[in-house]
Design a protein around this ligand. Sequence first.
Ligand SMILES: [Zn+2]
Length: 91
Amino acid sequence: MLSITCPVCGPRDEDEFVFGGDASAARPADPHTLDDQAWTDFLYRRDNPAGAHEELWFHRFGCRRWLRVRRDTRTHAILAAPRLAEDSGTP
Ligand SMILES: [Zn+2]
């Protein structure tokens, strides 16, 4: 089980959080201009890196804030977990 250090609540078990997906996937500025293949690629195709990866996690049973967690996919070590608002804005 992962232990994520929330900047508001401190170290907490993974069970308190909800995984929100890949934080590196940027939503297209105008999705209506995309063809079906480009939209499908945005929705379903993700890189599967071995190493540091940024993910969104919501602290559901804590402060109810979004975090941008940087996790090593090989070791599951949490490298950073700042609040999303401190990083790039709220979702
Ligand atoms: Zn929290």
